[in-house]
Design a protein around this ligand. Structure first.
Ligand code: ARG
Length: 368
């Protein structure tokens, strides 16, 4: 590989001070996470503003500098929000992009924001803040879906249904009994989500690159400002713990396992052979060649996406299982599976609720 004239000069990089050679553009692209971690722009700015306040409290920033940085960061956020933020070739990730832009807007004072801070404690803070918001959204999604199950169970409590074991007709049960069996599972999933959110809601900022922060910043004040329940006590844990991501991916997998199991039941029951339920048309597709068909694509996709989520869990565990302690760049591989799992769960949970809400039960059971 050769060095290319188009590659970004080292001096424009956050860490370029001691480097003289131009980098390889293939390496530049390979090293970047900006095309996906830009999703963290808002939490990155909120975290930086809390850090600026902590620097001011220790007299590292004057009151004026603090105000300039905080207002400058507000402007950077506005640019992301109104779509005018321009990503530059040397912007490796969201942290370097935001700091680069801040310094362009407010001048050299912008550089002071990084005093005693590393992208290692910054990214760990941003990811926790982002995931906390996602968990809150998913908790609301779960509540809505469970409500739709319970509502349906209440409305249909008179419907008697075949109960199966070994997929052999066994004893009559109520259709609502089957529905609530999944509502209970989802309730346990929702509780697990709340519990894991509480476990990871601790502040890593102040851990520095790995060995802590030399300025004795008030970490409790930063934690309070950012809504964390406390601080991570060990700085190595602060920069390198990704267990919370694994725990979230496990939660996502467990929830999708339940989604997949219901989907399988309903796929079977919507066949001509069973003929128990009919999906609402907007969750099915047809065939031009075989007009009698009403394919349960929504349920098949829900079942299929469970495999995708399990894969993210297994994949990320493989990524971290052999890492030496503290931060390693492998950890940048945490974001894509995390974002993908959060998005997948958000759409699957909403869809599952709507399918249950709109389907028709067409089977009225007479036992034998
Ligand atoms: N983009 C990086 C990540 O997501 C940020 C941390 C970079 N730290 C470093 N020492 N190069 O992990």
């Amino acid at each position: 590989m050769t060095h290319n004239e188009d590659s970004a000069p080292q001096t424009t990089r956050l860490w370029g001070g001691r480097f003289s050679a131009k980098s390889d553009p293939i390496m530049d692209e390979f090293n970047k996470s900006i095309h996906y971690d830009r999703r963290l722009f808002k939490v990155d700015i909120v975290g930086s503003q809390a850090y600026a306040r902590a620097l001011k409290c220790k007299g590292i920033l004057s009151e004026e500098e603090e105000a300039t940085i905080i207002n400058g960061l507000d402007q950077v956020r506005a640019e992301w929000e109104n779509g005018t933020f321009k990503i530059m070739p040397a912007d490796e990730d969201i942290h370097s992009a935001n700091e680069r832009r801040l310094s362009e807007i407010i001048g050299p004072t912008g550089g002071k924001l990084h005093t005693g801070r590393s992208r290692n404690d910054q990214v760990a803070t941003d990811t926790r803040l982002w995931l906390r918001e996602q968990c809150e959204k998913l908790e609301a999604d779960m509540r809505k879906m469970i409500d739709l199950f319970v509502q349906r169970a209440e409305d249909d409590s008179d419907i008697i249904f075949p109960g199966y074991t070994h997929l052999q007709r066994a004893q009559p049960i109520r259709w609502s009994h089957w529905l609530l069996n999944y509502a209970w599972r989802f309730k346990a999933d929702a509780e697990r989500l709340t519990q894991l959110k509480e476990r990871f809601n601790l502040l890593p900022l102040g851990s520095g690159a790995l060995a802590g922060n030399p300025f004795e910043l008030d970490r409790l004040a930063m934690a309070k400002e950012l809504g964390f329940a406390g601080v991570i006590q060990n700085s190595l844990v602060g920069v390198s713990d990704r267990d919370f991501i694994i725990e979230f991916l496990f939660w996502a997998s467990m929830t999708m396992l339940h989604v997949s199991q219901i989907s399988e039941d309903l796929i079977l029951w919507s066949t001509a052979e069973f003929g128990f339920v009919q999906l609402h048309e907007c969750y099915t597709t047809g065939s031009s060649l075989m007009p009698q068909k009403k394919n349960p694509d929504s349920l098949e996709l829900l079942r299929g996406k469970s495999g995708r989520v399990f894969g993210k869990l297994a994949g990320f565990m493989m990524t971290v299982k052999g890492l030496p302690s503290s931060y390693n760049k492998d950890m940048q591989e945490d974001k894509e599976p995390l974002f993908d799992a959060a998005d997948t769960l958000d759409s699957c949970i909403s869809l599952m609720g709507s399918i249950i809400h709109t389907l028709t039960v067409i089977f009225y059971f007479f036992f034998y």
